[in-house]
Write a protein that binds this ligand. Structure first.
Ligand code: ZN
Length: 406
């Protein structure tokens, strides 16, 4: 019953921790204890967004040791996001099997944990990985030193007038902390959009670095076949890179946006599929107009160009590079535009592919049902051989340009 009373007091901010006489905290404000491995006495937290990732930094007065956050003894530091998602989400860091782990609702969250200093712990993860929605949130931190879990289990879950009471344990347990003591910090999870990519290295390439990563590329769309290709890629869980014809983009703007949303890459394949091998100012216009059409449709400026017919030359490449793009040829060509049959396309691609391959195919410019039917067997066979499908920008190691949506 005492825990209940204390919790209600705290929630209404009518009484302080010090006035709850049964509390085991020392001196009201200080509640540092020294269980095995040191003291978990958080003095501050900061919260921000670095590109796509949320960054949370915890600072303590003493070293944040692995023992303090040992998962098997209930050690954890949790940041609780209220109001940002339909349900309250807690993102916690613990230590298990010699590794820091980020966990949310019992599931591992992909991200990184580092210690800039021994008194600090820094988490980075993408909001979606922890099922955090975009928007304003009330944020607070609950930390439990390893060894508190046995006592914690006895605490009743208390609610008062619908408010979530999270601080009863603060008054009860010497090794549990809440930051701030009452209420929450105001924070925002931003939406992030990809606005472009940054080319580097060779001005023209026909393959990526050797290794197990490969890229599927589709030319001459968007077309009536493209949405079926996107569905198939979603089903297979792999991305592709689409080299788009500029004059076909505006009528298919929503299709191009869904390419991006699915994690595919979009790229420039000239305005009207002209032979641009001789270069010259007309080539520059083709490049510029197509990138502008893609930007209007998606907000994204491409950094990859593929010359129609593979027709290229030094002048063209320098014009492509001057517009921030790399000229990309291919290392695997199944000649799918000749419609040789689905089996022939599959065996040609599978036979020619090795590490770093750039696979050429077409989702526009003619009948593409054979190419579409070849996609699933190609992906399954090459995955079985240990290959990983990535976008061309990933394959070439290009950075993305992104911005926060304000
Ligand atoms: Zn083409």
């Amino acid at each position: 019953m005492r825990a209940l009373v204390a919790a209600v007091c705290l929630a209404l901010t009518l009484c302080s921790a010090a006035s709850a006489s049964a509390a085991t905290t020392r001196g009201g404000e200080s509640h540092s204890v020294k269980p095995e491995g040191g003291a978990l006495d958080l003095i501050s937290t900061s919260f921000g967004q670095r590109d796509r990732e949320l960054e949370i930094l915890y600072r303590s007065t003493e070293a944040i040791t692995p023992q303090l956050l040992a998962e098997e003894k209930g050690g954890q530091i949790c940041t609780v996001f209220d109001r940002v998602s339909p349900a309250v989400r807690a993102v916690c860091v613990t230590r298990s099997d010699g590794k820091w782990r980020i966990v949310s609702r019992g599931k591992l969250v992909e991200g990184s944990v580092s210690q800039p200093r021994e008194t600090e712990l820094r988490l980075r993860f993408e909001p979606a990985a922890a099922n955090l929605d975009v928007g304003l949130a009330d944020v607070y931190v609950n930390a439990t030193a390893a060894g508190c879990s046995a006592q914690q289990a006895k605490l009743p879950k208390v609610t008062w007038s619908g408010a979530k009471i999270v601080s009863a344990s603060l008054l009860k347990l010497p090794c549990e902390h809440r930051l701030p003591r009452v209420g929450g910090y105001r924070a925002r999870v931003w939406d992030v959009v990809t606005t472009g990519c940054k080319r580097s290295g060779a001005g023209q390439v026909s393959r990526g670095p050797s290794g197990k990563r490969i890229a599927l590329t589709y030319d001459d769309g968007p077309s009536t076949y493209t949405s079926a290709f996107l569905r198939e890629l979603r089903k297979l869980g792999v991305p592709a890179t689409f080299f788009l014809i500029g004059q076909q983009v505006s009528a298919n703007a929503s299709l191009v946006r869904s390419m991006m949303r699915d994690g595919n890459m979009v790229a420039n394949h000239s305005w009207n599929h002209a032979d641009m091998g001789a270069g010259g100012p007309a080539a520059s216009s083709q490049l510029r107009d197509t990138s502008a059409a893609i930007r209007r449709a998606t907000g994204f400026t491409p950094c990859l160009f593929r010359p129609p017919y593979g027709s290229t030359g030094a002048d063209l490449v320098s014009r492509v590079n001057a517009q921030g793009m790399t000229s990309v040829l291919w290392s695997v060509d199944p000649l799918d535009w000749r419609t040789p049959g689905t089996d022939a396309i599959v065996s040609s691609v599978v036979g020619q592919t090795n590490g770093g391959a750039i696979i050429l195919s077409h989702d526009g410019g003619g009948p593409r049902s054979q190419t579409l039917a070849a996609l699933a067997p190609i992906v399954r066979t090459l995955k079985r051989r240990g290959y990983k499908f990535v976008t061309l920008t990933d394959l070439l190691g290009y950075a993305e340009r992104i911005s926060l949506v304000k």
